[in-house]
Design a protein around this ligand. Structure first.
Ligand SMILES: C[S@@+](CC[C@H](N)C(=O)[O-])C[C@H]1O[C@@H](n2cnc3c(N)ncnc32)[C@H](O)[C@@H]1O
Length: 311
């Protein structure tokens, strides 16, 4: 995806979740049902009382899970409609199995979007070709966040010094902000989690500098992204995103001081219809059609890399 198509003022367009948050909810429910990613993070840094930051938290799917494990959670999300959904999720319940009403995981509707799903960000949002769960990679993102992406109650509402910073309390919170300008104090975070959000290799240096700033000594940062070198999903990703260079991505993370934990997980959807919807928001129409023609069933093995480092 081109830089112009993939970024809006430093915020990486994510047409999968921006335009289809309800299908993305099914995708999150289908992925890693045994919570191996959460367990792996907990083995690197125990959750109890840890100040956890989820960067690009989307609809906040992971926030209650981290809170249930004992972390004090702040989510940051630059796309205001998603931040609102994340707050609604937290307001409704901390129970991770219960999504907010607007994301209730009903059986798939062949018609696509649910009527109460948030609007796409703009006319372009729904028409961007999708680059997998990354929702829009670009080779060099050095842009700053777009002030227009902040909410009245987000950190962009005033100057950074004048705006109160979110507290890591026992009640998870969500702030409208981007990875390149985290609204948190220096040395205030124990665990950073970013899953399919902004940190896709070369170009995410501004966000990495922010992680280093907010990380306490001993903090752990974990970046979750696709592993295009193995698994059925990885083969699809490599085939339909031929410009993606996993060797360059690995070199980037290792130079940045990160180590790799490979995990082969799965999408386990509840039906073939749901699987088709999920594939449909992750790949362009032709690619999705080819995948569905050759891959029956509601599940697929799906490899990811957990890139992690300690500060
Ligand atoms: C594919 S979604 C993943 C959402 C969430 N991490 C999850 O696993 O459900 C990518 C998210 O990254 C957000 N995002 C885009 N640009 C960002 C940036 N510069 N900083 C932080 N988040 C960003 C998008 O708005 C979107 O919510």
């Amino acid at each position: 995806m081109s830089r112009a198509a993939g970024e809006l003022g430093g915020v990486r367009a994510s047409p999968n979740i921006w335009a289809h948050p309800e299908i993305y909810e099914w995708e999150n429910l289908a992925f890693d049902r045994h919570r191996r990613i959460e367990e792996t993070i907990g083995a690197l840094r125990p959750y109890a009382e840890a100040h956890l930051l989820d960067i690009g938290c989307g609809t906040g799917f992971h926030l209650p899970h981290f809170a249930e494990r004992g972390a004090r959670v702040v989510g940051v999300e630059p796309h205001p409609p998603l931040a609102r959904l994340a707050r609604a999720r937290l307001a409704r319940t901390h129970h991770p199995a219960t999504p907010p009403a607007s994301l209730a995981p009903d059986p798939p509707d062949p018609g696509g979007r649910s009527p109460d799903a948030p609007d796409a960000p703009d006319a372009d949002g729904g028409s961007l070709s999708c680059a997998g769960r990354c929702g829009g990679r670009s080779p060099d993102d050095a842009a700053t966040p777009d002030p227009g992406t902040t909410d009245a109650d987000g950190p962009g509402a005033g100057s950074p010094s004048a705006t109160p910073r979110p507290e890591h309390s026992h009640r998870p919170t969500v702030v409208v902000a981007a990875a390149q300008a985290l609204p948190l104090a220096d040395a205030s975070v124990d665990i950073v989690h970013a899953r399919w959000a902004y940190f896709f290799g070369p170009g995410c240096e501004p966000g990495l500098r922010e992680i280093a700033r907010v990380a306490r000594p001993g903090a752990v940062a974990v970046i979750v992204d696709n592993d295009a070198t193995t698994s059925t999903f990885g083969a699809w990703f490599a085939r339909f995103h031929p410009a993606y260079d996993p060797v360059a991505v690995e070199r980037f993370w290792r130079r940045a001081g990160f180590s790799r934990i490979p995990l082969t997980l799965a999408w386990e959807c509840r039906s073939e219809a749901e699987f088709a919807q999920v594939v449909g928001i992750e790949f362009a129409p032709d690619a999705a059609a080819a995948i569905l023609a050759e891959h029956p069933g509601p599940s697929v093995d799906y490899a990811v890399n957990l890139w992690w480092r300690r500060f």
